[in-house]
Design a protein around this ligand. Sequence first.
Ligand code: GDP
Ligand code: MG
Length: 164
Amino acid sequence: MKPVIALVGRPNVGKSTLFNRLTGTRDAIVADFAGLTRDRHYGNGRAGSREFIVIDTGGFEPDAGEGSIYREMAKQTRQAVAESDVVIFVVDARAGLSAQDHEIANYLRRLGKPTLLVANKAEGMTQGLQLVEFFELGLGEVFPVSGAHGQGIRSMLDKALDML
Ligand code: GDP
Ligand code: MG
């Protein structure tokens, strides 16, 4: 079985951009992932000789209200996390920390699943000074990447796959 990586984070942090970068596709592939639910976005990825499956998620708002479309997205995200072996938790290096980031971090810390904290949109940011605030999330080191520009992707993957 290939390891499964779930991309989790609030809307608009760049999860789908990272998904496309990791899978080399524009559209998520849905078919032919035995044992995995069909209604989320799955794709195949590779880092050198290591192959993996990646799941994109719609965006996670843990306290979404009854009847909200975000409620269904949160449910989908919880299922994706349950199916995964490692979680890449994506935050926005430009927008900085948000209340939602804290809620998602709390959820992930409680689960105890291997979680890599990744700050996307970090192109052009020299040395991690702007990223120091993300340590507050209690998930350890934060990895700067740029999904749009393809920076830091390989080291992020190596790190994530080493957490298995
Ligand atoms: P999602 O909602 O988490 O799936 O986020 P998307 O992948 O749809 O991206 C949300 C917005 O952020 C889009 O306008 C992207 O073009 C932009 N974006 C994604 N990745 C990057 C990045 O690495 N750098 C910058 N500057 N913008 C990005
Ligand atoms: Mg998306």
